[in-house]
Design a protein. Structure first.
Length: 298
């Protein structure tokens, strides 16, 4: 007699729990932290937002607890790598190219060990790809995977896998309606995790300004009798920053990087990523438009 759909699903969940479960760890104790997954001997990958400080208790599937040290964290990508004695816990299967082939309706399984309180495994489907959310550093994280596998509190940082047990992402954010967003375990994340494991700094380019969003910029310019214009209003400049060295001042309106108009803060962040060490910033000071050369290096 052929198996029913429910029996096949139950078998898939059981196999994934047996294969991937030993790679899943709990981080912290009680209700305070989250989950993670072993990616190689001595290394656990998790989300940066579940960590506090440079050390964390790591609980393995066999009940063993060890003290872990944060080897590197990237708040902009919501990634962190914890160095810890992983013992017999195996590394999860990770083939980054699999993420590129994902589409609507693909079956996925979410695993977690919320703060070391025991393994959870749930089944769901991908509802969307290419989604985005704000990381703990305030930057937009693009390319995330939205799925329907429900998870309890303390599951952030745990793995999202396919029915074969291959890593697809790290569960990070719960959205309205119970949908979950996962950081994609693609080539870029694989490379970033390797860099974090080596203790390399994030190296994200930063201009060194505090900004008002466009709607506030228009209102504030109008309040002082200046014509409304789209752009990002500078509310403060960090001392010694690239912005200060370039001559940017409080009250300036940032309107472009090269040929790219700045309509939102994300436009500036994306432009900084692509601009290189030197670029031309379009600025409006009062009613005067000017160009300023910004050098990101020291």
């Amino acid at each position: 007699m052929s198996k029913s759909l429910l029996e096949e699903l139950q078998e898939t969940v059981r196999k994934v729990a047996e294969a991937v479960g030993p790679s899943v760890v709990g981080l912290g104790r009680g209700w305070g932290r989250g989950s993670g997954v072993v990616i190689e001997d001595g290394l656990v990958l998790t989300c940066a937002h579940v960590l506090r400080g440079g050390e964390v208790a790591v609980t393995f599937g066999d009940g063993r607890t060890a003290d872990g040290r944060v080897a590197g964290a990237d708040a902009d990508l919501d990634l962190a790598v914890v160095a810890v004695e992983t013992g017999d816990a195996p590394a999860v299967a990770w083939e980054p190219a699999r993420v590129d082939a994902l589409g609507h309706g693909a079956p996925v399984l979410a695993l977690a060990d919320p703060s070391g309180r025991g393994l959870r495994v749930t089944f769901g489907l991908i509802s969307a790809t290419g989604r985005s959310f704000r990381g703990p550093g305030g930057r937009r994280i693009g390319g995330s995977i939205e799925h329907t596998a429900p998870l309890p509190r303390g599951s952030s940082g745990g793995p999202l896998v396919d029915p074969g047990g291959h890593l697809l992402g790290l569960n990070a954010v719960r959205r309205e309606g119970g949908l979950i967003l996962a950081v994609p375990a693609d080539e870029a994340v694989h490379a970033r995790a390797a860099a974090l494991a080596r203790g390399e700094a994030t190296g994200r380019p930063r201009l060194g300004v505090a900004l008002a969003p466009p709607r506030h910029a228009r209102r504030m310019r109008s309040a002082v009798g200046l014509p409304e214009r789209d752009g990002l209003l500078v509310r403060g400049v960090v001392g010694g920053s690239p912005a200060e060295r370039a001559g940017i001042q409080r009250g300036d309106l940032l309107v472009s990087v090269g040929e790219r108009a700045l309509m939102a803060i994300d436009d500036l962040l994306d432009a900084l990523e692509a601009a290189g060490d030197e670029f031309v910033l379009g600025v409006v000071r009062g009613t005067e438009a000017r160009e300023m050369t910004v050098r990101l290096g020291s």
